[in-house]
Structures are given as structure tokens and as C-alpha cells.
Design a protein around this ligand. Sequence first.
Ligand SMILES: [Zn+2]
Ligand SMILES: [Zn+2]
Length: 152
Amino acid sequence: MNLDNSGLHQLVATKLDEAGQMYTQKRQKLVDALSQAGPCTLPELLEFSDGIAQSSAYRNLTVLEEMGVVRRLVHHGEYGRWELSEELTGHHHHHLVCHSCDVVIDVELPTHIEHLMDEAFEKAAIGSKFTVDRHNIDIVGTCANCQETAQA
Ligand SMILES: [Zn+2]
Ligand SMILES: [Zn+2]
């Protein structure tokens, strides 16, 4: 796959620079891998980012998370999952989360539904004098693989 992530790298570089952090080659590789792989676990991420040791990848992900570059999708499973923050990608989406195996699948809702939800959330927040910036909503259920396993 031919990656043109120059715009993305520019954004990340600026963000890190403002925080006095270096945008090292390893961090660039992780961002490339995440842009390719979608929400993934550390072992999955390592398959995409050749040559980075697990401990080093984890440390760098933690820094990138603190900088708001990546978001850790925390679920009850053994592994965390990471994805690039929506703020950077500009790609608003939701997650289908399997409660059995913790797989996370990106899913988009129609724009008019997003608008309706935003209106509903703003209305719900008015009573608490709360200003709404954004929403994170997971859709929880059972993935196709786990349904098959359950039937077998
Ligand atoms: Zn599953
Ligand atoms: Zn949404």
C-alpha cells in the first residue's frame, strides 16, 4: 500500500513540537501503522511497524497518547487497543465492540443521525449547564467469529 501521510505527519510533528517532544522515526512508524491498521492491539500494531520492539512501541504509544495523537480504547480484555485520535484524522466514527473477544470494528453512522444525536446530547446537557464538545459511543455485542464459535 502506498501511504501518503505527509499531512498527518505534519500535524503530529506540530503537536509534539508544541509539547517539546521529538517526532522520532519510531513514532512516525507507529503513526503510519495506525493509519493503516485501524483500531489494533499492540501485537497487531507490531506486525505493521517493522522492527520496533514491543516495549519500545508501548512506551512510545504512551507518549503519543499523552500528546493526544492516539487514543487508547480501553476495554475489559487482556490487551488495550489504539487508534489515531479523531481530532487528527477528522474521521468521526463509532466502534462495534465484541464483549466476547474484544475485537473493535470502526463503523460510521449517517450524517443526519449524527446531527440528531448531537442535538439530543446538547438538550440532555442543558440542565447541567454543560457544553458538549463531542461524543464517544461504543456499540457492544457479539462479532461474527464469536457467533460462529457459539453455534459450533
Ligand atoms: Zn468476538
Ligand atoms: Zn458520532
